[in-house]
Design a protein around this ligand. Structure first.
Ligand code: ATP
Ligand code: MG
Length: 424
């Protein structure tokens, strides 16, 4: 799926860059062509519309061919009403071929290009308006009919072709680079998606794996029950309570999974209000007394100062401390000590849950917040946790803008330190 997306994204990225290059290249070429042609056309039209005759002091009549671009070579063609070209000086190759073509274009009032062999010319025609009597003398057979101005544009065409070739080469190279860059960009953009995808796959695989064992227990115990349909509930209390235990375990796990999934999709929100964290800890310590007694553990509560207020969700905070206490109880042997500490430190409230239990090996410490992670201590001792407790705890701490640090030493115990922003 990711590979197909990578190919698709590469195609899209490069197609967009390629289209942009074509648009830019086309615009550049069009602009250059327009500038060159409009310049030439302006001169042609200006020349044609400003032809006039004047008389020198010695009485000679002169035609003012006021070419306004001295760099450019312009020619004029004068046609009589018999379509004969006056001024036969132009009857030389290639101008004879050109004149042949121009004869047919006497009605062309807008500038136009004409090709003769490999050369290109631009011309414009104007009907004779009777204002140049000296030209009329050139023809004794028929009256003057059309004037044409012409200039060669072969050099401009050549440079425009060169420009087009350079732009096309640029677009070609750009297209190739855009494919390479498009691929690299798509790969980069897909890294977090790939990670999220892998994480999701792992999550589903782990969840299915974790759900499988309680389901097989339930299935096995139900089959035992079905073997003795006449037995009373009392007689079958062992498999029934095993089923009940496993369903409870499954329910806890599904609840945890649901909470994490909703947290991931930002559906699960916490409702913040000012809460007394010292109050919550005292309440939990009281609630846990019977469990501590049963497990032969001592619980020390150290709350500093009076009111330790933070902005938080009371139910979620209780859930957080229960997760940490549950771990401390689970992984501490009888006669062990668990300490709950809460104090204000600058602008933070610091909560510490400390035990002198089994501890976590150093190489496992970075993994304990991973979903479904269970350490050797948990697996070997036959605890049936899902490995979701600390993931949920981390999510709750994040939601409260808090931070968590866990330190541990095998055989000596574990300390979890949580820092919340204090309310002033
Ligand atoms: N106080 C602790 N002492 C020793 N090991 C701990 C402690 N807290 C966590 N761990 C280790 O970290 C692992 C992950 O803890 P977490 O609470 O996420 O899962 P769990 O307790 O195994 O299962 P669950 O909390 O879902 O019932 C545990 O399996 C255990 O190996
Ligand atoms: Mg746990």
């Amino acid at each position: 799926m990711i590979k197909r997306t990578l190919v698709r994204m590469t195609i899209w990225n490069s197609a967009v860059v390629f289209c942009l290059l074509i648009i830019l290249g086309g615009a550049l070429y069009g602009l250059a062509r327009h500038r060159i042609y409009s310049d030439i056309d302006r001169h042609l039209v200006f020349n044609m519309d400003n032809l006039y005759q004047y008389t020198l002091p010695n009485g000679e009549h002169v035609l003012n061919v006021n070419w306004d671009d001295p760099e450019r070579f312009f020619m004029t063609f004068y046609w009589d009403s018999n379509d004969t070209l006056l001024q036969s000086i132009y009857y030389k190759s290639p101008y004879d071929k050109l004149a042949f073509k121009l004869r047919k274009k006497q009605g062309q009032l807008e500038p136009e290009s004409i090709r003769v062999g490999k050369r290109t010319f631009r011309f414009v025609s104007r009907p004779y308006l009777g204002n140049l009597p000296m030209l009329e003398k050139l023809s004794d057979k028929a009256p003057l009919k059309t004037l044409q101005a012409m200039t060669e544009i072969s050099t401009e065409i050549h440079y425009l072709k060169l420009l087009l070739m350079s732009i096309s080469t640029g677009i070609g190279i750009g297209a190739l680079l855009s494919v390479i860059a498009g691929y690299a960009l798509a790969r980069r953009a897909l890294i977090p998606i790939q990670k999220a995808w892998d994480k999701q796959q792992q999550f589903v695989a782990d969840a299915s794996h974790e759900l499988r064992s309680p389901l097989s227990v339930i299935r096995g115990q139900t089959q035992i029950l079905l073997r003795h349909p006449v037995h009373t509930i009392e007689e079958e209390s062992a498999p029934i309570s095993a089923i009940l235990k496993e369903t409870k375990r499954m329910r806890n796990m599904v609840d945890g999974l649901l909470l994490l999934a909703r947290g991931d999709s930002h559906e699960e929100v916490i409702l913040c209000q000012s809460v007394r964290i010292d109050g919550i800890l005292k309440e939990i310590a009281k609630k846990m007394e019977p469990v501590m007694e049963y497990k032969k553990l001592r619980l020390g509560l150290h709350v500093e100062g009076s009111e330790l207020l933070i902005n938080g969700d009371e139910d979620r905070l209780i859930q957080l401390f229960m997760i940490l206490l549950d771990n401390a109880i689970k992984f501490t042997q009888a006669d062990g000590q668990i300490d709950l500490e809460c104090l204000r430190q600058g602008k933070s409230v610091l909560v510490t849950v400390k035990d002198n239990g089994a501890g976590i090996p150093e190489h496992d410490l970075p993994l304990v917040f991973n979903r479904f992670y269970k350490g050797d201590a948990s697996r070997n001792r036959g605890y049936h946790g899902a490995g979701l407790g600390l993931s949920i705890a981390h999510w709750i701490i994040d939601q409260h803008q808090g931070s968590v640090h866990i330190s541990s030493s095998v055989g000596h115990g574990t300390t979890v330190m949580i820092r919340f922003p204090a309310m002033s």
